[in-house]
Design a binder for this molecule. Structure first.
Ligand SMILES: O=C[C@H](O)[C@H](O)[C@H](O)COP(=O)(O)O
Length: 299
């Protein structure tokens, strides 16, 4: 395999600088130190969001904003940056977060997301739907027309005792080979015959469910299927939100790593609070620029 000549950044370094550029641009456009409550997602890209927020707060000499984490890794990032973390449970019923920032494994043309590739999805969804606006921050690999084009599976958080039942139900929905996500370590304790399942912050398991690429609602309307499944070349094709609700309704599923439905302003126009979908997605590109996709806010 060819190695980059000296002086050229490696592919991994390019991805990291793309994540950082996207994070700093998103924070510049959507965070102000006068905000009071901000949600912080999980994953490697969000680390740069926290870095950018901490720098903005330090520059403003402000320390009045509190941050709501989406799991143990997220909480660690907030505290390590010298920021104040509060528990999700302590947020009042009517209190909304000014904004929430989070990463994604894939973002489609209609701002539906796949999330949970780093085992976090349930708390991320709780935080997203408590935010007035949700901003997605990612690198160029995550920018897609349809979900599951590049990312290979839907992460689903399940109660361990129900995992076999959930897997059978996912096969019935058309997933070719759903699997419990296992630790990729060779270490085994005596009597333990194989690697253990990875555990989420809720002590649940993740089932990885591959499906053919998911139709956006526009794709489904154009195909005349109105959100129902259709037979494609690779088997059943699902519209994103139909599949998300079919999976969510399987007994034993805590939540599904598809963020879909409405965004924050659309939810508020319907007298709700926040929404699962971001209003903007920032993608750091390999050439150092940042591509910004902004939802058409009709609400
Ligand atoms: O489980 C993890 C979260 O959903 C992450 O936000 C997502 O996997 C993206 O992570 P990263 O920024 O590391 O690509």
């Amino acid at each position: 395999m060819a190695t980059p000549s000296s002086g050229e950044p490696s592919p991994a370094a390019l991805v990291e600088s793309a994540k950082r550029a996207a994070a700093f641009e998103a924070v510049k456009n959507h965070f102000t130190p006068s905000m009071t409550h901000v949600g912080i997602g999980s994953g490697s890209t969000v680390a740069y969001v926290v870095e950018a927020i901490a720098a903005a707060m330090q520059e403003a000499g402000s320390n009045s904003c509190v941050f709501v984490p989406t799991g143990s890794q997220s909480r660690g990032l907030i505290l390590a940056a010298g920021l104040t973390a509060i528990q999700y449970e302590s947020i009042g019923e009517q209190q909304m977060l000014d904004v929430a920032f989070d990463g994604a494994d894939e973002c489609d043309a209609d701002f539906n997301l796949v999330k949970g590739g780093g085992l976090c999805l349930f708390q991320e969804k709780l935080v997203a739907i408590k935010a007035k606006t949700f901003i997605c921050v990612a690198d160029f690999r995550k920018d897609s027309q349809q979900l599951l084009t590049t990312w290979p599976y839907i992460p689903i958080e399940v109660c361990p005792m129900a995992s076999s039942y959930v897997i059978a139900a996912l096969k019935a929905l058309g997933s070719p080979d759903p699997q419990v996500r296992l630790m990729n370590t060779g270490t085994q304790s005596p009597g333990n015959v194989g690697p253990s399942p990875m555990k989420t912050d809720q002590n649940f398991w993740i089932v990885m469910a591959p499906f053919p690429p998911l139709l956006t609602s526009k794709d489904a309307s154009a195909a005349g299927t109105e959100g129902k499944t259709t037979e494609g070349l690779t088997g059943k094709l699902w519209e994103v939100s139909q599949l998300a609700s079919a999976i969510k309704s399987i007994p034993g599923v805590l939540d599904v790593g598809i963020f879909t439905g409405v965004n924050g302003p659309e939810a508020q126009a319907q007298e709700g609070q926040g929404g699962q979908k971001p209003i903007a997605a920032y993608f750091g590109m390999s050439d150092g620029t940042v591509k910004v996709r902004t939802a058409d806010l009709k609400a």
